[in-house]
Design a protein around this ligand. Structure first.
Ligand SMILES: [Cu+2]
Length: 184
């Protein structure tokens, strides 16, 4: 009985930790917004791409790669000003779909990486995108993680419920055994 109770406690604590872990992990710098914004279409390719973080990133090993129909068009290293990380774009950048991959160092020392995309109708070189916006799907990382958590929660809850039922059954049998003893 005591073993079952401690198992139940462990399960409860375990599922609690499982749910709390992602909250603790998000305590460092996160990307708040970008310009151009993720999944948007801009009429003209901007001369630079700006990433704004929740806190000022450290100026260590920052990397922002802007890739378009003609390949990478990042020009020079990114500059950090306050919470903004700015990456210049080469004047040869054509119109089309762009993907930006970044890596900065959070002020707690952790690397922060990610990707976002946008569509520029007209390029810095004056060219017009041959096709319309094609891939503008927001990364579903967080939603997938949430789904994974809730799908884990179901078996955990089932285990807890079945453990409680077993405890109840064991308790009932013990009580019935005592009553039978008393009768004899
Ligand atoms: Cu961190």
């Amino acid at each position: 009985m005591r073993r079952l109770a401690s198992l139940l406690l462990t399960l409860g604590l375990g599922s609690g930790l499982l749910l709390a872990a992602p909250l603790a992990a998000s305590a460092h710098d996160v990307l708040e917004r970008t310009n151009p914004a993720d999944g948007t279409t801009v009429s003209r390719m901007p001369a630079s791409v700006v990433l704004t973080f929740s806190e000022e990133p450290l100026d260590i090993g920052s990397q922002v790669v802007v890739t378009g129909p003609s390949g990478p068009v990042s020009s020079g290293a990114p500059t950090i000003s306050g919470r903004d990380v700015t990456q210049a774009v080469a004047p040869t950048a054509p119109g089309g779909d762009y993907t930006v991959t970044y890596r900065v160092t959070s002020d707690d020392g952790h690397p922060v990486t990610g990707t976002f995309s946008f569509h520029a109708t007209v390029g810095l070189d004056g060219s017009t995108a041959t096709a319309g916006a094609t891939v503008h799907v927001r990364p579903v990382d967080t939603e997938e993680q949430a789904a994974a958590r809730s799908s884990l929660l179901v078996p955990i809850l089932l285990t807890v419920v079945s453990t409680i039922l077993l405890l109840g059954l064991a308790g009932y049998l013990v009580l019935r055994g005592r009553e039978a003893d008393r009768r004899t």
